[in-house]
Ligand binder design. Structure first.
Ligand SMILES: NC(=O)c1ccc[n+]([C@@H]2O[C@H](COP(=O)([O-])OP(=O)(O)OC[C@H]3O[C@@H](n4cnc5c(N)ncnc54)[C@H](OP(=O)(O)O)[C@@H]3O)[C@@H](O)[C@H]2O)c1
Length: 293
């Protein structure tokens, strides 16, 4: 990974922080894309304790599509290519909340923000020798189907159903985008990952630190973030995967996924809906083969 430029979203905590550390140890320059300056700086100072690592901290709030656009613009001004984008950040909501643009928050943060970020960064990924996208899904993708009639869970909100839907969306997007990239003869690949059940701060309320005891209990039962990062790092770095795309991985192997996640009509429908929700009037992938609009 020496000389490679990698973005990891949600890199200040848990699996994202461990992924950033492992890739930096392999020689990559890792951009820590974080929503909180304070938590991002704290993570960066931890990560820098080991010499020879190269990081940059940049602000990204996936709950605000304007922040996603600002991040992509700032990154594109500074870097002329991107070798890998790891869409790692995610939340397990407690109660129904909305993003700045009014989308249900787990749909907005876990999926829609990552969808827009990916489309905006495709031109720079295309400039890499072989750009890679990693989508953080979960075994939770199999908990149901997309709620087409109420994708924002305005009725009957359930945190687990909303989380499951967002992770299914990440997998459907992986299928749709891999096909579109292949059709354009692009070298860019996209794959999805279930990291395992990992003891992280995903259960901790960031506003008041509640449920930290649950995170501590998880450490006794579940795998560490370092172990949880392994499949993301493998998908980013292994040369053998240069032409593997559109797959779902667990423990560094292709894993079976739910029937709903293989439905290509749903994948296309979600892609079209997501373009609309992000304000696109045209599909950037419908442009000429050698350019993304
Ligand atoms: N832990 C598991 O067992 C497990 C299993 C399957 C999948 N996953 C997935 O793995 C990914 C990483 O989760 P984790 O377990 O490592 O949890 P974590 O320690 O809570 O890390 C989540 C990261 O996402 C960031 N984030 C949350 N909202 C954001 C926003 N609006 N904009 C940008 N970043 C935001 C968090 O930043 P703040 O610290 O500022 O909140 C944090 O850096 C998630 O997508 C999760 O769904 C986890």
């Amino acid at each position: 990974m020496t000389g490679k430029i990698v973005i990891v979203t949600g890199a200040n905590s848990g699996i994202g922080k461990a992924t950033a550390a492992q890739l930096a140890d392999m020689g990559a320059t890792v951009i820590l894309a974080c929503r909180s300056k304070e938590r991002g700086e704290a993570a960066m100072s931890d990560l820098m304790c080991f010499g020879g690592r190269c990081f940059e901290l940049m602000h990204l709030d996936l709950a605000d599509l304007d922040s996603v656009r600002a991040f992509a613009a700032a990154f594109s001004q500074k870097y002329d290519r991107l070798d890998a984008l790891i869409n790692n950040a995610g939340i397990l909501g407690r109660r129904r909340e909305e993003t700045t643009q009014g989308y249900e928050r787990s749909f907005g943060v876990n999926y829609l923000g990552a969808f827009l970020l990916t489309l905006l960064l495709l031109p720079l990924l295309e400039k890499s020798e072989q750009g890679r996208i990693v989508m953080m899904s979960s075994v939770a993708h199999a908990w149901g189907d997309v709620h087409w009639n109420d994708i924002n869970f305005t009725h009957g909100y359930n945190r687990f159903s909303a989380y499951g839907q967002s992770k299914l969306c990440n997998l459907l997007f992986t299928r749709a985008l891999s096909q579109k990239l292949r059709a354009r003869n692009s070298r860019i690949t996209i794959n999805a990952v279930h990291p395992g059940i990992v003891a992280t701060d995903i259960v901790v309320n960031r506003a008041n630190n509640r449920f930290r005891w649950v995170a501590s209990l998880m450490k006794i039962l579940f795998m560490t973030s370092d172990e949880g990062a392994k499949t993301s790092v493998y998908l980013t770095a292994d040369p053998a995967l240069a032409s593997v795309s559109g797959e779902y991985f667990y423990r560094c192997r292709i894993e079976p996924s739910s029937a709903a996640s293989k439905n290509l009509e749903s994948a296309e429908r979600l892609y079209a809906l997501s373009l609309r929700l992000c304000g696109y009037t045209d599909d950037p992938l419908a442009a000429k083969e050698d350019e993304f609009t």
